[in-house]
Design a protein around this ligand. Structure first.
Ligand code: PLP
Length: 426
């Protein structure tokens, strides 16, 4: 569900005509709905009412500080995977005791920053990293809580690039190794081993892989209990799928209810790390048609957004629904086109052989379901300034990230003195 729809002939976000946003802020521009973001958060939060839990929004999905602040205001925590994400989370006002830090490779500086920030849990997934956290914690006189990320060896049934819970993936520790670590936890004198973490992948549309992975994790927690080792936090990761096209993902309530029997009696605080579920369908990317070009057997709609703005189609062959902002009576006949960007790569496309209402230069299109892994995965490839971001609340819109400029592109670059004769031809 989301709050993007046609009101009359105009495609709107909540009560704001998206054409107005395109005129005021230009294109390409990401637009997010406040209502959709809060609704998605609250749906999941309420669905897990039956158990003590914290929703730690996975900042990587959309890390704009205004989005993080909006979620912080609802009581949301954060799942971070870098010092930069931790910085954003804190700046957005997310409480440090609701921040969990995952990732296979944390640097010394990042570990120090997280220790000094008093985060809730380090989700760690190697002995080498545990040793490093233990060492730095000792130096800083801290005693952080650790959640071991285990690899349940479960196939999440999603795209190979976003499958993370199979034994051949780089993520997590095998159950045998994790058991050994817990049994010898005393050697890490500065660490408190308090949690178990799993995250089996992203855009998971079936509950079954979750049930399978959670059963394994629960058995593992009970095995530890049998050894007198108490686990206080069970982090089930994120990965909840959304509708891009014809998917039929489980509703938040169905998801929560199907886990209820597994979590009963576990006596752990639950952590859930959704990213895409909260922001995916809460954002669209507005892009203007530059030209329509016919080749021998194809018609290309060339737009001003590109793979540097939204890489999902190029990277995962991902589907995004694309709609014109204006339903036009005179132009109802549709045609089959490729919608492509201006970047110099054949992989720079948003849709192939897609039926689209007839469009022409200067029409604006909305690429739907672009709120997660859209702007956060964007780049300056082809020296393209990154797009603006706008938040809509009811009938108002707010610029939450300025469009980059050409000077922004070279702001951190330097020409060393040795090259001072550049341009002289000598
Ligand atoms: N938690 C962890 C550890 C992740 O690596 C990810 C995504 O890569 C997420 C949560 C969020 O996943 P999603 O956006 O699919 O919910």
């Amino acid at each position: 569900m989301h709050d993007f729809s046609y009101i009359g002939k105009s495609f709107c976000c909540e009560k704001v005509n998206l054409k107005k946003i395109a005129q005021e802020f230009g294109t390409p521009t990401y637009v997010y709905s406040y209502k959709t973001l809060t609704d998605h958060y609250l749906k999941l939060d309420r669905a897990f009412d039956y158990i003590h839990h914290t929703i730690c929004y996975s900042i990587k999905a959309n890390s704009n500080i205004a989005i993080c602040k909006l979620l912080a205001d609802q009581g949301c925590g954060a799942d971070v995977v870098s010092g930069g994400e931790l910085y954003r989370a804190i700046k957005a006002g997310i409480k440090s005791d609701k921040i969990v830090y995952a990732g296979v490779g944390k640097t010394e500086d990042e570990i120090k920053f997280a220790l000094l920030s008093n985060i809730l849990l380090f989700n760690s997934e190697s002995q080498a990293e545990l040793e490093l956290i233990n060492k730095i914690a000792g130096e800083l006189n801290r005693r952080p809580k650790i959640g071991l990320r285990i690899n349940p060896d479960v196939d999440a049934g999603t795209h190979a690039y976003i499958t993370t819970g199979k034994k051949e993936n780089k993520f997590g520790i095998s159950l045998d190794e994790a058991f050994k670590i817990y049994k010898t936890a005393g050697k890490y004198r500065n660490l408190e081993f308090r949690g178990i973490h799993i995250h089996i992948g992203s855009q998971i549309t079936s509950i079954q892989p979750y049930v399978e992975a959670i059963k394994k994790a629960v058995d593992f927690i009970n095995k530890l209990k049998g050894e007198g080792i108490k686990i206080d936090y069970f982090n089930i990761g994120g990965g909840l799928g959304i509708i891009y096209d014809k998917e039929t993902p489980a509703k938040a309530s169905e998801f929560a209810n199907s886990l209820k029997p597994l979590l009963k009696g576990l006596n752990c605080s639950l952590i859930i790390e959704p990213g895409r579920f909260i922001t995916g369908n809460a954002g669209v990317l507005l892009t203007k048609v530059l030209f329509v070009k016919k080749s021998v057997n194809k018609k290309f709609v060339i737009v001003d957004a590109a793979m540097n703005d939204l890489v999902r189609p190029s990277l995962y062959d991902a589907y995004h629904n694309i709609l014109p902002l204006q339903k036009s009576e005179g132009k109802i006949s549709s045609e089959v086109v490729d919608i492509v960007g201006p970047v110099c790569e054949s992989g720079d496309f948003f849709a192939k052989d897609r039926k689209l209402p007839f469009v022409e230069s200067n029409d604006v299109l909305a690429i739907l379901s672009a709120g997660a892994y859209g702007f956060s995965m964007s780049s300056n490839y082809n020296s393209r300034p990154r797009s603006a971001e706008v938040l809509v609340k009811n009938d108002q819109c707010y610029l939450i990230r300025k469009r980059e400029t050409y000077p922004d592109l070279i702001r951190n670059e330097k020409i060393p003195a040795v090259l001072k004769r550049i341009g002289t031809g000598k």
